[in-house]
Design a protein. Structure first.
Length: 98
C-alpha cells in the first residue's frame, strides 16, 4: 500500500517504514506528526481518491542539506558573484497509513 501525500508544499509517494527528507517541520525529535492532505492511496492496484485517509509519521532528525553554490558571471565585464546556501531539512519515518 502506498499513498501520495502533500507535505510542506511538496508531494511525496510514501509507504510504511519509508524514511524521507522534507522541508523543516515544527516539532521536536521523537514527536509524531500527522498529515491529513492525502491526495491518493493505492492498495494492490486499487486506486482511491478519498479525504478520510491520514498518514502518521515520526520526526527522526533535524538537519541541513548539502551546500548549493550559486555562481553568476558576465564575461568580459569583470562581474562575478558567488553565493550559496544550505536547506534546512527534517528526516521523517512513516509509521502508518490509515
Amino acid at each position: 500500500m502506498f499513498a501520495i501525500v502533500n507535505i510542506a508544499g511538496q508531494q511525496f509517494k510514501v509507504k510504511k517504514d519509508d524514511e524521507l527528507f522534507v522541508h523543516r517541520l515544527s516539532g521536536n525529535v521523537g514527536e509524531s506528526v500527522e498529515f491529513s492532505e492525502v491526495l491518493m492511496t493505492s492498495n494492490s492496484g486499487n486506486i482511491k481518491f478519498t479525504d478520510s485517509v491520514k498518514v502518521k509519521a515520526e520526526i527522526v532528525d533535524h538537519l541541513k542539506g548539502d551546500k548549493v553554490i550559486v555562481f553568476k558571471k558576465k564575461r568580459r565585464k569583470g562581474y562575478q558573484k558567488s553565493n550559496g546556501h544550505r536547506q534546512y531539512l527534517t528526516k521523517i519515518k512513516i509509521k502508518d497509513i490509515a
